[in-house]
Structure formats: C-alpha cells, structure tokens
Design a protein around this ligand. Structure first.
Ligand code: FAD
Length: 457
C-alpha cells in the first residue's frame, strides 16, 4: 500500500517538531499538524514566556539590593502591558523560527487540527482532508486542568496558565490555587512584579515530589517574597464580590473569604487526547487520557508512537525533545535507541530558584541501606550587602558503600545553571570524593558543591 507520508506528526510542540525535523532530514516524507501555534506549550505558553516574566519580576529585588552597593535608584515603575507586549513579540519570533525550521527541513506543515481515523489514517479537521501515513506520532502535549462548575461553582471566573500570558494589566490581587512548580513560580513572578499575591494549596507543603528540605526552604522563603500562603485549604466557591477592583470572592474550606482581581488555577495538567481518535485507532490510554508507550515510545498499535507530555512520563521540554529525537533515529535512522529517563536535572524558577537532580533523601533512603546526607545553608555574598534575608540551601545525598552521589538539591541564585553541570557529574556516576577533588571556583555559590563537609546524617 502506498501512503501520503512516511510519517505524520500530530502536534507542533517540543517533541513533535524535533521528531519531524530529524525524520525528514533522514530522508522520510514527513508532515506535521499544529492546531494552535507552532512551538507548542514551551514556546507559546510555557517555559519561554514564563522565564521572561521571571526575569521581569527579579528586577524588583535587584533594585532593592542596589542601595547596599551604593546606588540610588529612583522609584522604579513597571508596565505590565509593555513587558507582555515585548514577550509576545519574542514568542511570535520564536514561533516563526520553528515554522521555518520545519519547512526548511522539508516537512509539510498543516496549520490545523488532526484526528486519528484509523491506525494509519487521519483527518484534518478544518480542511476535512483524509491523509494516510505509514507511521503516526502523537505529540499533542497536555493542557491545564480545572474542576468542572459542578465541583467548583464559579470556576468560570478563573484563568489558567494558558491565559496568564494574555493579561495586559498587572492584577491588583492575584490568588493562585495549587502547590506545584507552575503555581509557585507564578506566585513569585506576580509578587515580584508588585501584585498582592496569595497562594492557596490543599496540602501542607508545596512542591510535592521534591526533596523535603527543598520544599520547606522554598515555602519558608515565600514570606520574604511577599506571598501570602494558605495551606490545607481549597476553594469551595467563587462569586461576585461587588467590588470593581477585586470582583471575585473566593470562599475557602474553612469559610474564610478572599477577594481577588485575578484567579489562577494551577492545579494540574491533563494529556491532550480528548477527541483525538485514539479509541478509533485502537490506541491504549491510561485513565487520565495519557497514551501508554514502551521505552521506544511505541503504543500498542504497531504504526503509532507517542512522545512528550501526552505520555505523562516526565513533563519537561528537554524530555519531549529527547524522546522525539530517539523515536526518529530509531524508526528512520537505523539507530534504535531509547531516552534514559534516569537522573534528569530540573529547575523551578522560584526566586531564588531550585535546581535538582537525582534522588531525594526520602527516595534514597527507600532504595539504599546506607546513605550519607550533606547539607549546608549560607547567605549568598551578594545578599550580604544587598540586604536579603534569604539563604542558599545545598544538599548532597551519597551512597556510603561506593561514595556515589545519588542526588544534589540546591535552592539559591543560579541554581538552575549549577544543576545542569552537577547533572553531568551525576550522569557519569561521580563520587563524593571526585566532587571534593575538583578545585573550587572562588568566590562563587557553586564552590560549596565541592567543599561540602557538613554531614547531617
Ligand atoms: P506541547 O509542547 O504541549 O505541544 C503539543 C502541541 O500539539 C501543541 O502546540 C498543541 O496545540 C498541539 N496539538 C494538540 N492536539 C492537536 C491536534 N489534535 N492536532 C494538531 N495539533 C494538536 N518545561 C521545562 O522543561 N522547563 C520549564 O521551565 C517549563 N515551564 C513550563 C511552564 C508552564 C506554564 C507550562 C504549562 C509548562 C512548562 N514546562 C516546562 C513544560 C513544557 O512546556 C512541556 O513539557 C513541553 O512543552 C511538552 O512538549 P510536547 O511536545 O509534549 O507538547
């Protein structure tokens, strides 16, 4: 049977564009469909615009600490409209680059939604065109999840991380629901930008899944950042407050009320498989809609693969990219390989930020019979004159039997930059001795990584 394409990719995000470009460069006839904007969540409404907002927000602390270094700074003024317009321009530039990258690689781009109609067939939703492909890659990512109005009356008054980038006025009072990294990052962003900010989290400590010391350190730092934190509580309803400035009145579990101008729901994400046709094509999914795949990103249908957030493995851009690349190399490059999901370094762009790689202390204790934990907290040199009370946390988890470093966790300025390099060492199987034998860079925060002597357990 002849097919229209050797590969059809559904979704022009991090995983999809990488897979399409590599497969095309390897000689395959490739097409990709994107229903919204080329670049996907990361470029359009995730990592990139968010990190730019983090930069915008961080100036607030810099202006404050400048005085300690002899600077007189006038009253700084911030225009959210101007910042967000500039970010939108950059996002559009990147999206165009992604589009060009596909076309230059010889990929046919369909700027519309695609749905599966069988194991090797698809329908383009707008043009109603039927297309056949020998292989299909599902790379449709995920979307923010919100409770239904039946579960949370007034939920339609809230926005998600998708819409947060469309705001042109800085919220007067933003209330954020959630305790994951997206919720906590946006709490820091808006507090830094000068919005009255409140974070409401159902559990007691934010950043579930991270090392406990990191979680407590981040949580303790929220007060200095000006974030009002309410834990152990959820929204039970949202109504009209009658106040034009803060028109939404949130009622919490204990009956307390909060008035807000903007409410951000950052309470989780779901794989994008609604209406995709997985059932028609026979693709197995988990209860949450995630496509089930093996290490090679193969689904149960021999002609269909899936990569990235839609598979609900590790929801990060570099992971989606690596999975997409490994798929293309395997299927079109004669180079079968998988992406190793072990030891993925990652960051949370709180202020200060978190960098983490490897096992948490709790995970290490569950897996190993004998571990040593090194931990230190100290004030970053810049903060000594700058006046901030925040401290750097550095923690290393070591397997006693062979001294191998199993985990590194940092909260502090530039933790994301540091953890990328610590990640190389951990991936190579570095030992605590090898860290210690590495000469320090002085004066730096990172030097503490090679001089950690304070064994706490
Ligand atoms: P996506 O990038 O989501 O791409 C999927 C694409 O498919 C989308 O463009 C969508 O429009 C399209 N699509 C869906 N269905 C169809 C269809 N039927 N037909 C055609 N097109 C379709 N990760 C990091 O590593 N670092 C960060 O700092 C970071 N920050 C984030 C901040 C936020 C606010 C969010 C929401 C996410 C963040 N992430 C971050 C996660 C990261 O964005 C995702 O892990 C990554 O984008 C996943 O890539 P993907 O290719 O799987 O899916």
């Amino acid at each position: 049977m002849s097919f229209d394409y050797d590969l059809f990719v559904i979704g022009g995000g991090s995983g999809g564009v990488r897979a399409a470009r590599i497969a095309s460069q390897l000689g395959a006839r490739v097409a990709i469909a994107e229903e919204y904007r080329m670049g996907g969540t990361c470029v359009i409404r995730g990592c990139v615009p968010k990190k730019l907002m983090v930069y915008a927000s961080a100036f607030a602390k810099d202006f404050k600490s400048a005085a300690g270094f002899g600077w007189t700074v006038g009253r700084p003024e911030y225009s959210h409209a101007s910042c967000m317009e500039n970010i939108a321009t950059e996002v559009s530039r990147l999206s165009r680059l992604y589009m060009m990258g596909q076309k230059n690689a010889g990929v046919t781009v369909y700027e519309e939604r695609a749905e599966l109609t069988g194991p090797q067939t698809l329908r383009l939703a707008s043009s109603d065109k039927e297309i056949s492909a020998e292989k299909i890659l599902i790379a449709t990512g995920g979307r923010p999840w919100r409770p239904e109005p039946g579960e949370l009356p007034g939920v339609e008054r809230t926005i998600t991380s998708n819409e947060i980038f469309d705001l042109r006025d800085l919220p007067k009072h933003i209330v954020i629901a959630g305790g994951g990294y997206i919720a906590v990052e946006f709490a820091h962003i808006f507090a830094g930008l000068g919005a009255k900010t409140c974070l409401v989290y159902r559990k007691e400590t934010v950043l579930r899944g991270f090392d406990d010391d990191v979680r407590h350190h981040v949580q303790d730092g929220m007060a200095e950042a000006g974030i009002h934190l309410i834990t152990g509580s959820v929204f039970t309803s949202i109504e009209d407050s009658g106040d034009a400035d803060c028109p939404h009145r949130i009622t919490l579990t204990d009956g307390e009320t909060l008035d807000a101008s903007t409410i951000l729901m950052a309470v989780g994400r779901r794989p994008n498989t609604d209406g995709l046709g997985c059932e028609v094509a026979g693709v197995d999914m988990k209860d949450n809609g995630a496509v089930i795949v093996d290490d090679y990103s193969r689904t149960n249908v021999p002609s269909i693969w899936a990569v990235g957030d839609v598979t609900d493995r590790v929801q990060l851009t570099p992971v989606a990219i690596r999975e997409g690349h490994a798929f293309a190399d395997t299927e079109f490059g004669g180079n079968p390989r998988t992406f190793d999901h072990d030891c993925i370094p990652t960051a949370v762009f709180t202020q200060p930020e978190v960098g983490t790689v490897g096992l948490t202390e709790a995970e290490a204790r569950a897996q190993e019979s004998d571990i040593a934990v090194y931990r230190t907290t100290f004030k970053a040199m810049k903060d000594v004159l700058g006046g901030s009370i925040s401290k750097v946390l550095m923690k290393m988890i070591v397997r006693v039997s062979d001294q191998r470093v199993l985990g590194v966790h940092i909260v502090g300025p530039d933790a994301a930059e540091m953890i990328q390099l610590a990640g190389v060492a951990l991936k190579m199987g570095a030992t605590k001795d090898q860290f210690d034998q590495t000469c320090a860079v002085h004066p730096s925060i990172a030097e503490e990584l090679v001089t950690l002597t304070r064994k706490v357990s």
